[in-house]
Design a protein around this ligand. Structure first.
Ligand SMILES: *Cc1c(COP(=O)(O)O)cnc(C)c1O
Length: 453
């Protein structure tokens, strides 16, 4: 796909449409002089250089990468019109695209019925799921694992709900015995299960938690903001295949959140929340004097806590999914490559004298730390921070990230390490670009050299 060509086509397509409405003059107050624009643009692009190269395979740090070119063209084309998916009055075409894209996501999770919409982010999507949970279980709290995304605790405070962090096992998954102890107390109405924690990619045992749903009458919400698209690898052949049980169980949970702006190749501003029971739409009921005029169909703003939302986000997702649908041989191939990259790197680390695996990658996140002598948490912490910094400034830079592992979590995995501190930073690489598959060896040997310098 030639981005320049398609962006050119985009401006023509929108102009052709605009021309059907008759000519008019733009107001002089909006006019900017070409020379002044050139100067500002020069400064602007100069300042944008102050970024990490998220697109490059040697960027193996945080959960960041550019959108797919189809998403860029979809977003920018729709943005030229700037529809608002709050209501069909604001964005009729893109609101329909949103419905279709959301239905594809629901089908990916095996939901046979659904109510859902896109959101600005995973945080807002989870907020919506917890809001509905609160309406259904007033006065009862929310349980999430100690490794769940930090925003669950924050959103519980926003919603005035009690939040409970449940301990995790030595692979970062929620300890269901500890959860059950908590559920016996009767204070919890909703359990958040994470399908792919942000730190380590751990997948909570969702299928086993289903039993507790029946036993204690709790709602189950799955936070799959990062991991959701990995459901496309559930039960797949080959090394990248994942144990299918937790992924299949999502279809029987009450709600799920997935972030197309993480693994769905989308620009930021694209999360999604899906409810299995469309009846929960009643909790959003409100009337708006400004909107909802053109159609008696349900407007997306009537089932969303947010008001204005970019129609361009829906357009980008819709166009991307036309080309890379959420199926095993569509988007699944992209995730499979990242997963193979993670497994390959883990293998290299396992045989290394200079690096040690923190834990086996669950999805596409590799966690590791430098071997230091004496083997203490403080030594690992200092060495990890140094490698992160040296990697970025080396002549052939590599970009990693760090993760703070607390003492208990660390020693549960590595009992021989001397725990002389409360926590240690370790190294973490999210291999979410399929190109990583062909670059992990290079990155590995580079990081190994950095441990020795
Ligand atoms: C990223 C993430 C979130 C938050 O999503 P945003 O889109 O960054 O707001 C929530 N939960 C998990 C598991 C995540 O990985």
């Amino acid at each position: 796909m030639d981005l320049q060509y398609w962006l050119g086509r985009a401006t023509h397509a929108v102009q052709d449409w605009a021309d059907t409405f008759g000519p008019y003059q733009p107001h002089p107050s909006l006019q900017v002089d070409d020379d002044r624009f050139a100067t500002a643009f020069e400064e602007f692009t100069g300042r944008l250089r102050e970024n990490y190269p998220f697109f490059h395979p040697h960027y193996a740090g945080q959960m960041l990468k550019p959108p797919h070119p189809a998403a860029m063209v979809g977003y920018l084309t729709a943005m030229l019109i700037n529809p608002n998916n709050h209501a069909l009055d604001g964005g009729p075409a893109t609101a329909r695209m949103e419905r279709e894209a959301v239905a594809q996501l629901a089908a990916m999770f095996g939901y046979d019925t659904h109510l859902g919409h896109l959101t600005t982010s995973g945080t807002i999507a989870n907020l919506e799921a917890l809001f509905v949970a609160r309406e259904l279980h007033p006065g009862r709290g929310v349980a999430y694992s100690a490794d769940a995304h930090y925003t669950h605790g924050r959103m519980c405070r926003v919603l005035g709900m009690e939040g409970h962090a449940v301990p995790t096992d030595n692979r970062g998954r929620m300890d269901l015995d500890a959860l059950e102890d908590l559920l016996r107390g009767g204070r919890v109405g909703t359990v958040v299960l994470t399908a792919g924690t942000t730190g380590l990619g751990a997948v909570d045992p969702i299928h086993e938690a289903l039993l507790l749903k029946e036993r204690y009458g709790v709602r189950l919400h799955v936070d799959a903001a990062y991991g959701g698209f990995f459901t496309l690898l559930a039960g797949a052949d080959g090394p990248e295949g994942l144990a299918p049980e937790p992924w299949q169980a999502i279809a029987r949970c009450d709600s799920v959140v997935v972030d197309p702006h993480k693994h769905g190749l989308q620009p930021y501003g694209c999360g999604a929340v899906l409810f299995r029971d469309p009846e929960v739409g009643r909790f959003y009921l409100h009337d708006s004097p400004y909107t909802y005029f053109t159609s008696s169909e349900l407007h997306l703003g009537e089932i969303s806590l947010e008001c204005s939302r970019a129609g361009a986000s829906a357009a980008a997702l819709w166009l991307t999914l036309q080309l890379l649908p959420p199926t095993a041989d569509g988007l699944g191939r992209v995730l499979a490559a990242g997963r193979r990259a993670a497994l390959k790197w883990a293998q290299l680390i396992t045989t290394s004298d200079h690096l040690e695996l923190y834990q086996q990658p669950e999805l596409d996140i590799v966690s590791y730390f430098p071997v230091v002598d004496p083997a203490t948490l403080s030594g690992i912490d200092t060495a990890s921070a140094r490698i992160l910094a040296d990697g970025m400034t080396s002549p052939d830079p590599v970009f990693l990230s760090t993760l703070r592992a607390d003492r208990e979590a660390f020693t549960a995995r590595h009992p021989k390490i001397t725990a002389d501190a409360d926590s240690a930073r370790i190294l973490r690489s999210v291999l979410m670009k399929p190109e990583s598959e062909h670059h992990v060896e290079h990155i590995h040997y580079h990081v190994e050299r950095l441990t020795r310098s």
